[in-house]
Design a protein around this ligand. Structure first.
Ligand code: C5P
Length: 431
């Protein structure tokens, strides 16, 4: 059951090979996947909607205007781990390349926050046509994975490339891709094309899915410790770095939970957010998820102390006069608890330091039993706390030090998640 907890959306278009979809769906479900389907009008002429609904146990999305929210062109793919368009006709491939969204399958492709895989199926002359080849190249550069069609007998009576891969082959490919095991065949092998200058690379548009199959929990933002019903102790953390990390992790194919303190930031698409206020709430939220994650990144600026006693009525000057003493007690260190847990996820902490950063970072890495620590020099203006940019240094347990130079937090987050995923995979022995 390698696809357990995986949501796969299959977009079915009007190629004869649509008759292979029921078998393909059955095979994905057999591996534990939750499969949802979108169909074009032409697809419904070739395979019955009722069959697909009976197999998936979900309504088929086929009408952009009439669909309820969860199977609308945005809702359908928003929680998906993978969007598979099979069969993908020459016509649909051309629409995808141009960004046309005129039916449920193409509209869902435009809004899909997850990896998109297409299995082309068509007559070999249509497949060989420079227009189709150029469209496939465009999709490939955008990071769409193309399952190359096989060479063989075609429904039109001709022989040549254009035959959709068999359901068993596609299911095996999808299973390997999502469970991060060896792929059964090479994707993206198109017909040889003359070299043309290209401005955009797939890397720029869609990062490598080096987080696929990994479950990541990220803490972000400040915490709030109540003093009385109207007052709190908090800090200047904006949460932007943690949210950028969550987005970068999701874009790399990981399943991401974001435990966020009180910030007004939009949750990145496809990320599940757990909102908390106090350090204790954050501790409980992390602890509850600990058994079901592979990586924990502690990016939150957690309050080190809380009130020993929270006043249930507003403190007044009349009552307390010229001075007021509050007693604070220490909060549990969340990332240290994670680092010392067993079984233990790959654990990454942050160190926001104003001086002796190098020394403090190395000491915290040891004391909190972390795999990596990310040093943030918060004494420099324009980076770190409440800024748009950051520059960090990453330390690992073997003494390796990696600098990530000053850049927008989204770019720093992208580099950081690449380092974290590569190190976590190496630690698991699946590099
Ligand atoms: O010890 P210091 O607060 O500098 O350590 C910072 C790191 O520890 C960050 O990763 C932060 O998210 C984490 N931390 C925590 N729980 C606390 C205090 C800090 O997880 N109570």
């Amino acid at each position: 059951m390698q696809l357990e907890h995986r949501r796969i959306v299959i977009g079915i278009t009007g190629g004869i090979a649509a008759y292979k979809c029921p078998q393909l769906i059955r095979l994905l479900i057999k591996q534990g996947a939750d499969v949802w389907a979108a169909m074009t009008e032409n697809a419904e002429k070739l395979v019955s909607k009722a069959t697909i609904e009976a197999l998936t146990h979900h309504p088929v999305a086929d009408d952009i205007f009439a669909a309820p929210e969860d199977i609308g062109h945005i809702g359908l793919v928003s929680k998906a781990d993978l969007y598979l368009i099979a069969p993908a006709t020459a016509n649909t491939i051309a629409k995808l390349a141009a960004g046309i969204a005129d039916n449920m399958v193409t509209a869902a492709a435009l809004s899909a926050p997850c990896r998109t895989v297409i299995a082309p199926a068509m007559n070999s002359r249509m497949y060989r046509h420079p227009a189709t080849q150029a469209n496939l190249e465009t999709l490939k550069e955008r990071g769409v994975i193309i399952i190359p069609p096989a060479d063989g007998d075609l429904a039109c009576g001709e022989t040549g490339p254009g035959r959709m891969r068999e359901p068993e082959e596609i299911a095996a490919y999808i299973t390997a891709l999502l469970s991060h095991t060896a792929l059964p065949f090479a994707e993206n092998t198109l017909l040889p094309q003359p070299e043309a200058p290209r401005e955009l690379t797939a890397q720029k548009l869609l990062p490598k899915a080096n987080g696929a199959g990994l479950r990541v929990l990220i803490t972000a933002g400040p915490t709030e410790e109540p003093i009385d019903p109207v007052r709190i102790i908090t800090n200047r953390s904006s949460g932007r770095m943690g949210f950028a990390l969550a987005q970068a992790a999701r874009e790399r194919g990981a399943e991401v939970a974001l435990v966020a303190g009180p910030v007004h930031l939009q949750t990145p698409a496809g990320v599940s957010r757990i909102s908390v206020k106090t350090a204790q709430d954050m501790y409980d939220a992390v602890k509850a998820k600990l058994d079901s994650v592979d990586i924990v990144v502690g990016c939150a600026a957690v309050s080190d102390y809380r009130l020993a006693y929270v006043y249930d009525q507003k403190l007044t000057k009349e009552e307390h006069g010229d001075s007021l003493t509050l007693t604070l007690i220490k909060n549990e260190d969340i990332i240290s608890m994670v680092g010392h847990s067993s079984p233990r996820p790959f654990t990454v902490g942050f160190a926001a330091e104003t001086h002796d950063g190098d020394k403090h970072a190395r000491e915290k890495l040891q004391r909190k039993n972390l795999d990596l620590i990310v040093l943030n020099d918060v004494s420099q203006s324009g980076i770190g706390f409440n800024s748009d940019e950051n520059a960090v240094t990453v330390y690992d347990r073997d003494g390796k030090v990696t600098e990530i130079g000053r850049a927008p937090k989204s770019a720093v987050a992208a580099s950081l998640m690449n380092i974290i995923f590569d190190a976590a995979r190496a630690a698991k022995g699946t590099a």
